[in-house]
Design a protein around this ligand. Structure first.
Ligand code: NAD
Length: 501
């Protein structure tokens, strides 16, 4: 049985109180226990970060970037082990877990360029013999609170940039799949990061609440569901902290009649069922503009029927189980709900054959196969609510305008995609749609590390998106210096407001 500890001041630290079970979603068995931090344990992690901060802040940009380069190499060398840990606790297939490690490493690579990213501006002679320049400085101790669905990538959206900027970091990973955090912590140490600059507190609401109110935590990055994101944003900001809180999603794919339907069907199935739909950028609604609906649904169904569902460590599996029993049951409840709302269940994932098992609903573990609901009524709960599982809803619409209105009328604004061969239509869509990340013939438009990731509306609370230059801004504060070195001709006393002369 695994015993997943905290990581404080460069070493594993046993918890002293509550613990929670970690499951293997493919079997339903308990594989270990994770400690759940008390307020005192959070305080110990923050104290360790605070003690390490001054020296790290004062270490040179080149030194910091060298540590990041070494961390990048160690993470790359250990990517298989990291992916194995993720797959065992999350359930996603090994290749998908490797993919999330690769996307996280891109942020580390971006952060290796911190000497360039932190360059300020300099203006010589803003007034007579007066110069002005801008600098950005770290905040101090900052925290990251992350969801279960990307136990390596989402923390890596945050900590490489925060640490490169000179901050000390406390990570509170999801208690459902916490092991990746400890491997990453040990690799930071091996890379030469001073003890205390990166800490991990395992835990649940109690740990989150303490981080949100702790006076020495200056900023909090959060990624998770919308109700918790809203709570974290409101609580953190009311305690004077800078907060970016990314929430849930309901991503639509708008299919125009001129689109290549084979490309669309491939994209819809990949984006709908990859990682069992447990991605905030998954496509969960296809808006089929008349007359493409019937032909497109046939193409989607034939591809779904060919998918292989099985344990994440089986190389033949393309899709694994859901993360917990509770979550699986919640996702399954949407199947009957959809039918009661008037949708047609064209592929029922409860009946999907699981490799090494039988039908999903009879196989031990948290299984549900890929499910397709057609003719989902616009505005129904299946259409509007985040399901976060392998359920693809097809909504038939009569025009581009009707599709756009459905997307813009939704609660969320994380990702969306348009499929068309008409450049003018695509350009109009990117201009008119109220969503933060847009794909044009690309189903999962996750921005590269040098752009920033974030949605609109209930998908993000706060001003800045994560990683990229917005990440650098989030983890630093600006200063502008106006300097004059005296020369013999200085002008004497002047009580006027300083203006440019
Ligand atoms: P979650 O909101 O349940 O948990 C996220 C974090 O909050 C975890 O660390 C958890 O321990 C903590 N938490 C849970 N309940 C809490 C409470 N009552 N008070 C304080 N903290 C609490 O989310 P999840 O189920 O782990 O992840 C799935 C969700 O995350 C989905 O809604 C998905 O869309 C979203 N997500 C969004 C993005 C994005 O970029 N917008 C990325 C990944 C996941």
């Amino acid at each position: 049985m695994k015993n997943v500890t905290h990581w404080i001041a460069g070493a594993p630290v046993e918890g002293t109180g509550r613990t929670s079970e970690i499951f293997n979603p493919a079997t339903g068995e308990v594989g270990g226990r994770v400690h759940l931090a008390s307020a005192a344990e959070v305080d110990a992690a923050v104290a360790s970060a605070l003690a390490a901060y001054p020296a790290w802040r004062d270490s040179s940009l080149v030194k910091r970037s060298q540590v990041l380069f070494r961390f990048r190499e160690l993470m790359y060398a250990n990517r298989d082990e990291l992916a194995r840990l993720i797959s065992a606790e999350h359930g996603k297939v090994h290749s998908d877990a490797l993919g999330e490690v690769a996307r996280g490493l891109e942020v580390v690579e971006f952060a290796c360029g911190i000497p360039h990213l932190l360059k300020g501006g300099f203006s010589e002679g803003v007034s007579t013999r007066v110069d002005s320049y801008s600098i950005r400085q770290p905040l101090g101790v900052v925290a990251g609170i992350t969801p279960f669905n990307f136990p390596a990538m989402v923390p890596m959206w945050m900590f490489p940039i925060a640490i490169a900027c000179g901050n000390a970091f406390v990570l509170k990973p999801s208690e459902k799949d916490p092991s990746a955090s400890l491997l990453m912590a040990s690799l930071w140490k091996e890379a030469g990061l001073p003890d205390g600059v990166f800490n991990v507190v395992q835990g649940d609401k109690a740990a989150v609440d303490r981080l949100l109110e702790h006076p020495d935590v200056r900023a909090v990055s959060f990624v998770g569901s919308t109700p918790i994101a809203r709570y974290v944003y409101e609580t953190g900001t009311s305690h004077g902290k800078r907060v970016q809180a990314l929430g849930g999603a309901k991503n639509h794919m708008l299919v125009l009649p001129d689109a290549d339907l084979d490309l669309v069907a491939d994209a819809a199935v990949s984006a709908g069922f990859g990682s069992a739909g447990e991605r905030c950028m998954a496509i969960s609604v296809v808006l089929a503009v008349d007359p493409v609906g019937d032909e497109l649904v046939d193409k989607i169904v034939s591809r779904v029927s060919a998918l292989t569902v099985g344990p994440g460590d089986d190389p033949a599996s393309e899709m694994g189980p859901l993360v917990t029993e509770v979550h699986r049951d919640k996702v399954v409840s949407y199947l009957d709900l959809g039918v009661s709302e008037g949708a047609k269940l064209v592929v029922d994932g409860r009946r999907t054959q699981v490799r090494g098992g039988t039908a999903a609903e009879e196989t031990p573990g948290f299984w549900l196969g890929p499910t397709v609901l057609d003719h989902v009524p616009a505005g129904s709960r299946v259409h509007r609510e985040e399901i976060f599982g392998p359920v693809l809803a097809i909504v038939r619409v009569s025009s581009y305008e009707e599709g756009l209105e459905l997307i813009n009328g939704g609660e969320f604004g994380n990702g969306t995609a348009v499929f068309t061969n008409d450049g003018g239509a695509a350009r109009r869509f990117q201009n008119e749609v109220e969503v933060g990340m847009i794909g044009i013939n690309v189903p999962i438009p996750v921005p590269m590390a040098f752009y920033s990731f974030g949605g609109w509306k209930a998908s993000l609370f706060g001003d800045t998106h994560v990683h990229g230059t917005e990440g650098v801004h989030f983890y630093t504060r600006g200063k502008v210096v106006t300097s004059r070195w005296l020369d013999p001709s200085h002008g004497g006393v002047n009580l006027g407001f300083p203006t440019n002369r």
